[in-house]
Write a new protein. Sequence first.
Length: 245
Amino acid sequence: MTNERLRGAMAAKNLTKHALAERLDVNTKTIERWITQDRCPHPPLRLETARILGCDETYLWPELLAGTRSTTASLSEIVQIWPTRPEVPQEVWRAIMQQATEHIDVLVYAGGFLVESLDFVNVVRAKAAEGVQIRVLLGESDAPEVAARAREEGLPSLPQRCQSTLEYLRDTINLPMVNIQTHRTTLYNSIYRFGDSMLVNTHSYGAYAAKSPVQHLQKVPGGRLFDYYLESFEAVWKTGRPALS
């Protein structure tokens, strides 16, 4: 392949291969290889060539934008964003729960809406019976991190809600494929992973989780967002303690 962009930029500046080579203090054959073999110069030469030709180096050598492929893939992972959690349709929650065939991972402090509105206890039972690996991380009710979040959100009942969700799920603790742990980490995002779909509920100081944005991610090869949040889940999982039945 030839680099027609480089050839065209040189022509626009009325520069021959020899003239450009002299200005860059390189061999004319080097310029020839850049054009006819589409070779990419080292960074200092790229920058100087771009300056001489009055072009952006990524225009002359678009392969430098290869890193944007992962950016594009990552953007493709974003299915939808809702400004608050209640605006996520229950049909979306139910659909992605049902599609999980291998993994369900949940990281919350309380996540009471799951058990109170989305029948999550029965989802756990049904999916465990299908052989789905289920991991749930709940905030420890006496953790200082939970107490701090309760103060920051103005939700004094949060420690009790953590304990209440655990009570809802207690009958599932000993089911095959179910692993429930408690954690004492600062919760930056609530993460709900169902197979290759994930809902991420961000947290901001002074705002209830329910009043915070939620993004729906779908894993895409080459994307980085889904794996970024999954790695966060795994990091918290390593700190967790098994919930007692």
